[in-house]
Design a protein around this ligand. Structure first.
Ligand code: SF4
Length: 98
């Protein structure tokens, strides 16, 4: 059975991945193991790449919309994104018209 995906939000309307600054970096950099010790430096290094990325905003939108729990996305750590996602979900709920 083929998987189907119906786009319901605009975050993936543009092909933002083409301008992703992380395209030519080591993917492991963005997926540190843990949040302490060497992982802190790794997270900072990944965020440094994100700061120079033209796709930061759509990347973060994608991560929030698809609930990416692991890794650094859109210049945010896992913990930062958990907090942002609560506010993002609340904002989406308040924008709905019934
Ligand atoms: S914001 Fe960071 S994780 Fe997202 S595409 Fe850009 S470099 Fe990659």
């Amino acid at each position: 059975m083929a998987l189907m995906w119906n786009r319901t939000v605009d975050w993936d309307a543009d092909d933002w991945r083409r301008s992703a600054a992380c395209r030519n970096t080591e993917p492991d950099l963005f997926f540190p193991v843990g949040t302490t010790g060497p992982a802190v430096d790794q997270i900072d290094a990944a965020k440094g790449v994100c700061r120079s990325c033209e796709a930061l905003e759509p990347c973060l939108d994608f991560a929030l919309a698809t609930n990416q729990e692991s890794g650094v996305w859109g210049g945010t750590s896992e913990e930062e994104r958990r907090k942002l996602r609560k506010a993002w979900l609340a904002a989406r709920r308040s924008q709905r018209t019934f």
